[in-house]
Design a protein around this ligand. Sequence first.
Ligand SMILES: Cc1cc2nc3c(=O)[nH]c(=O)nc-3n(C[C@H](O)[C@H](O)[C@H](O)COP(=O)(O)OP(=O)(O)OC[C@H]3O[C@@H](n4cnc5c(N)ncnc54)[C@H](O)[C@@H]3O)c2cc1C
Length: 390
Amino acid sequence: MTTTLSTAASPTIALSATPFALAGWENELVEAVVELARTFAMTAAHYDDRAEIAVGNLVSLHDAGLSEAMLPQEVGGRGLSYQAFGEIVRVICEADPATGTIFTMHSGAAVSLALLTKDTLGSFYADEVLAGKRFSNALSEPTSGNRFLNPQQAAVPVEGGWALEGAKRFVSGSEIADYLLVNALVDGEPVFFGVPTADDSISIIPIWDTLGLRATRSQLLSFDNTVLRVEQRGRTPRLTDFAVIPAGLPMISLGVADAALAALITHARGRIILGKALSHQQWLQFEVAEVQSRLEAVRAFVRQTLWQADHHEPSFFSNLSRAKYLANKVAVEVAQLAVRAGGASGFLKTSPIQRHLRDAEAGQLMAYSTEVLAGEIGRDVFGIAPGEVD
Ligand SMILES: Cc1cc2nc3c(=O)[nH]c(=O)nc-3n(C[C@H](O)[C@H](O)[C@H](O)COP(=O)(O)OP(=O)(O)OC[C@H]3O[C@@H](n4cnc5c(N)ncnc54)[C@H](O)[C@@H]3O)c2cc1C
């Protein structure tokens, strides 16, 4: 199934749905998202320029039934498959990667909170998700760097729970969030909590004025002795939990890569140099052959990994690292070629090409970064056990 979009702001978006079989209702949802993505593509540059969250996009995704779809069945949702979730993220990101990134982070925090507190507040969180409330991940710390699952900040015991004094940074969509997924050390162990943002001890420090993914508004949050309550505490994550964010991150980059390739093709076809279209220059044909073939190979690998996840194949988790590594890198390669082909006109703010390059670079920075993943994959190849690492 192939759907090709054409909008004024984003000339050609070639959306090809996953080759693997999705359930009928999942296909309908993907098609509904394709329709929404047409409108997202028309405003992506506007929101990027203003570094403003496209709240309306997020509301329309909720209204299209995505909140219920992405919640696992065990917590009252429809239980979207990995493959369908990934395809939906890619489609959104091809049109507007900031919207797709906030959607991924929101889905990850919401699903985690509903699952990790299933025996306590889980049904409350599930109801809040279905009601359209918004969730963010407040995990990265100034001192933990990329290792956001290894918090360095300890929460100290107080009446009713533990108090957290410190900061969490780059929290996508935090300004519109109702709840945060927060982690901290409790008795030396990393523990997850769900924390409402309506808490005077939490404040936003507006640092977010970035090069790429500007409309995610991933701000720094300060926690001034915020009480993480006993009843807000979640269980330890399990490998069988729906791994929303690891599945979404490679698809964010694939969406950016697809948008960059579409912009490159449109420019090369339309730019006439000495009477001939740029697309007729052999150097560009050779180079586009290289990046487009690589992009399709990465897409096949990412889709295979999500298929493995849906079929509970143990290799899926380490392959998700490879999927992010490959997708992050190919997005930058495609966008860099688009910049070369675009020449100075592709460098203008009015061209989508410069935005695709900035967004592609951001994909590599989001944890785990390509450097951290390279180390992980390399150690895996050599059979070096995690305990042997410095
Ligand atoms: C657009 C965007 C959205 C984000 N959204 C969220 C969010 O919603 N919630 C959230 O909690 N976080 C979020 N983050 C944070 C992100 O996931 C990273 O955790 C954070 O960016 C890491 O900190 P840093 O960028 O300062 O990099 P650093 O960790 O300081 O990295 C600097 C350099 O050191 C390398 N490096 C770092 N650690 C290691 C290591 N252990 N081994 C080898 N090399 C290493 C890195 O690869 C990089 O090259 C977001 C980041 C971005 C860019």
